[in-house]
Design a protein around this ligand. Structure first.
Ligand SMILES: *Cc1c(COP(=O)(O)O)cnc(C)c1O
Length: 335
């Protein structure tokens, strides 16, 4: 295994025991790997996805980093904070039209230069000519794919498996039977599969529809890393769609936060935990299983959401919006 990234802060990640009433009677032990606590500014899976991008930028002598995302993006938030901390300029290409969100405020505070692309302009991001004008405008900047994806992103998340060993020991678990986490693009999941190398299965709870796209992304990343598929499984956790919240989800999240003693957010982590409850109830895990719930962070993105409005909304398809702007379905992603 590669040596740990020099950008890793060195503070061990906490593994926290979780007890929920819905675990009672199933003889399943659950602990959360608190990536949300890794660092006050650089938190969650987005930080691990950036590790090797930072190394690549340093190796290339890049003056800065350029990437894209939405106005609540956890990825741009981590990127902007990393740029400030490690002395790299950062440029963010944003989806939609200028708006003021707590995330955007933080990006500006970190000194990130923002360019709003509109929705149409943002959809162009997969076109081969998309990057050329930005590379001309910011010569030598290292381009980071949306969400910190790609093989470099996955390899950063592979380090999580090694990071897990120390807290596991402190926790008194000799071994565990699998990791459960939220999946957006599947990059983080692919990294865990690479890090596990078949030792434990990895379970991904899909935060949005599109199991095929996620499976294809994971397959591509494993292939690029020169590895076979060594054991993962996807579960639907998307409920009404990516970034959509319903009253049952919000109530579940609030109960889980209270019982579990850890904060969650509704886009990824609460949906993932709710899908885990479903599988526990369905008897998917054998009694005696010890599971690691990877808390992928994302709490900063919650600041823009009005969850009380969700609870007050009439249940029914499409009734519970997030309190955020309606976005075209194809680009409704947090990145
Ligand atoms: C981005 C994100 C994910 C999804 O990560 P992928 O690597 O795209 O699957 C999960 N949880 C949180 C909190 C995120 O911000």
């Amino acid at each position: 295994m590669a040596p740990p990234s020099p950008y890793l802060a060195g503070a061990p990640i906490q593994l926290q025991p979780l007890s929920f009433t819905w675990l009672d009677g199933h003889a399943i032990e659950l602990a959360a790997l608190r990536l949300d606590q890794v660092d006050p500014e650089l938190s969650g899976n987005k930080w691990f996805k950036l590790l090797h991008h930072l190394e690549a930028a340093a190796a290339a002598g890049a003056e800065g980093l350029i990437s894209l995302g939405g106005p609540h993006s956890n990825h741009l938030h981590a990127l902007a904070a990393a740029g400030r901390r490690f002395g790299l300029r950062t440029v963010g290409l944003l989806r939609g039209h200028p708006q003021d969100t707590p995330t955007v405020q933080d990006l500006l505070d970190c000194g990130m230069a923002l360019h709003w692309l509109g929705y149409g302009g943002y959809r162009e991001r997969y076109q081969p000519e998309f990057w050329a004008p930005w590379q001309a405008r910011y010569p030598g900047f290292h381009c980071v794919p949306e969400g910190g994806g790609g093989l470099l992103g996955a390899l950063g998340c592979a380090e999580l498996v090694a990071e897990l060993q120390q807290p596991l020991e402190a926790f008194g678990w000799g071994d565990y039977h699998g990791c459960w986490l939220a999946a957006g693009t599947g990059t983080t999941l692919a990294g865990l599969v690479l890090g596990e190398a078949g030792r434990h299965p990895v379970y991904g709870a899909l935060a949005g529809p599109g199991e095929h796209a996620v499976a294809a992304t994971v397959a591509t990343l494993l292939q690029q890393a020169g590895r076979d598929d060594t054991g993962y499984r996807l579960f639907d956790a998307s409920r009404r769609g990516f970034g959509r919240f319903d009253p049952e989800l919000v109530r579940f999240m609030r109960d889980a936060e209270r019982e579990g003693g850890m904060p969650l957010e509704p886009v990824y982590t609460a949906k993932a935990l709710m899908a885990l409850r479903e599988q526990v109830r369905a008897g998917f895990f054998a009694p005696g299983s010890r599971l690691v719930f990877v808390h992928t962070g994302g709490l900063q993105g919650l600041r823009g959401a009005n969850l009380d409005a969700v609870l007050q909304a009439e249940p029914g398809p499409g009734a519970a919006e997030t309190g955020r702007e309606k976005r075209p379905a194809a680009s409704r992603r947090q990145g």
